[in-house]
Design a protein around this ligand. Structure first.
Ligand SMILES: Cc1ncc(COP(=O)(O)O)c(C=O)c1O
Length: 472
């Protein structure tokens, strides 16, 4: 439509509430997304109504509504224009909720472009058919009691299969009574931090580097964060204080990709025993080891001192928001109190469906399938990078990401910025806030090779290798 010389390209098709409502939604979306820029002049109500085949009164009403809401301004003598929105309007708001938060100013779920950020599986591989069948079956078969408030720690159906699953796949010592279902690992961590604080702890030791979001969650619960530097043997326990808890990624350190050395595993357990402390074992990608059997869980060494945490965020999708904690008996009740205080139990239908998916073997089948894909991708990534840089990938052959060391923080930033300009999203140790105190720390790209859907994988590799070639 061109009533004012402005081509609005409004999509009015998706609405069921009448043409006026459809126009209102379409205009709001066009302003919110920036397609209609601040100051842009809208067509007069008469010509827009004629273009769209609706009454002039409807257009006048919609303009009045959007003007009242602040999206548009009516200027006497020069018609209706797009308002100059304050910068906090949603379209450009950086995502504060993405645990792998990208370059500031970028929304996490913006579509289009290529993406090698870590922490995500290929979302296009989500097993839709199996999940839909599990939801249908689970809802049909559920006991009515499952739809009540129930146990804040999760439904027995899911706790039972999770206990069996983590025992079988990760060597965890668990039964249904020790499992607590959470909305992903990060939610579990926030609940644990809150629980430890209430039990009198003042601090939590956390790997350095680590996910910035985890440091923030722990601080938000009122605990001090003590960094534990990570070297080739994993987190160094020598900086541990005399109490509290320690958060570790032993099977595949995030983000450096190293495995916690056996003597350090023992040292952490001994520390917890001696100091009445707890270890939190974040097993975020424990199902994905490509060169050998994954290292078993530390939890089996000391089920009374270690909380084991797992998630469906890598095996299925982060949007599932389901994870689990296997907790020592002494922590179970305090943790359930935290869940009730924060009203953060996980929806029943999702729990029932996941229980069905795991019990039928579909969860394992899906993991076996994608594990193969990700293993091939890792090999291909290493091979392609070897053609443009002598620096090998850091870390063991596991998980959904690999570290590519680069010369300096400045080099890292240049690569991330050049990627952004070329349409490839990247993250780095410095740029993405992984270091507790970044001064003097090494720089690296953290390459999430699982993230692209199959059709975008080769193009992502081409762009990455091109960037590295061009940026030294
Ligand atoms: C180190 C680490 N732990 C845990 C998780 C999983 O968090 P969640 O289950 O909340 O998505 C991630 C996901 O990216 C991660 O990178």
């Amino acid at each position: 439509m061109t009533g004012s010389g402005l081509d609005l390209h409004l999509d009015l098709s998706a609405d069921s509430g009448g043409v006026g409502r459809a126009l209102e939604l379409a205009l709001r979306e066009a302003v919110r997304s920036g397609r209609l820029a601040a100051g842009a002049r809208l067509p007069g109500s008469r010509s827009l109504a004629a273009d769209l085949g609706m009454s002039r009164g409807t257009v006048v009403q919609v303009y009045a509504q959007l003007t009242a809401e602040g999206w548009l301004v009516g200027t006497p003598g020069s018609g209706t224009r797009v308002a100059d929105l304050p910068p906090c309007f949603p379209a450009d708001e950086p995502s504060r909720r993405d645990p792998h938060s990208p370059v500031p100013g970028r929304r996490q779920d913006a579509t289009g472009g290529l993406d090698l950020r870590p922490g995500r599986p290929d979302l296009s591989a989500f097993p839709r058919t199996a999940w839909a069948s599990s939801v249908r079956r689970a809802v049909s078969a559920a006991d009515p009691a499952a739809f009540g408030y129930g146990d804040p720690g999760g439904l027995a159906e899911l706790r039972t299969v999770v206990a069996e699953y983590v025992s079988r796949t990760r060597g965890v010592r668990a039964d249904a009574g020790s499992v607590v279902i959470t909305a992903g690992f990060s939610a579990g961590l926030a609940l644990l931090a809150r629980t430890f604080r209430r039990l009198g702890a003042a601090r939590m030791a956390i790997e350095d580097p680590c996910l910035q979001r985890h440091r923030e969650l722990v601080r938000a619960a009122g605990l001090r964060v003590d960094p534990l530097l990570v070297d080739a043997d994993g987190a160094d326990p020598s900086a541990l204080g005399d109490g509290g808890a320690a958060l570790l990624t032993p099977a595949h350190q995030h983000p450096r990709g190293v495995v916690l050395a056996p003597r350090r595993r023992t040292a952490f357990v001994e520390w917890a025993r001696r100091n009445d402390g707890y270890l939190i074992e974040d097993d975020y990608d424990g199902e994905f080891r490509y060169d050998r059997q994954p290292v078993g869980a530390i939890q089996a060494l000391a089920p009374d001192r270690v909380v084991f945490g797992g998630t469906t965020g890598k095996a299925l999708a982060p949007g599932m928001r389901i994870g689990w904690l296997v907790v020592p008996p002494a922590l179970r009740e305090p943790l359930l109190d935290s869940i009730e205080e924060t009203s953060s139990a996980v929806p029943a239908v999702n729990q029932l469906a996941l229980a069905d998916l795991i019990a039928r073997g579909d969860y394992d089948r899906h993991i076996r399938r994608i594990r193969l894909v990700y293993r091939r991708r890792r090999t291909e990534l290493a091979r392609r990078l070897a053609t443009v840089t002598p620096t090998p990938l850091e870390g063991v052959s596991a998980g959904l990401h690999a570290l590519l060391p680069v010369a300096s923080p400045e080099h890292e930033r240049n690569l991330v910025t050049a990627g952004e300009r070329a349409g490839l999203r990247l993250q780095g140790l410095h740029v993405s806030g992984y270091w507790h105190a970044p001064a003097g720390r090494p720089a690296a790209l953290i390459l999430g090779y699982a993230t692209p859907p199959p059709h975008a994988w080769r193009a992502s590799l081409d762009l990455l290798t091109g960037l590295i070639r061009a940026n030294g």
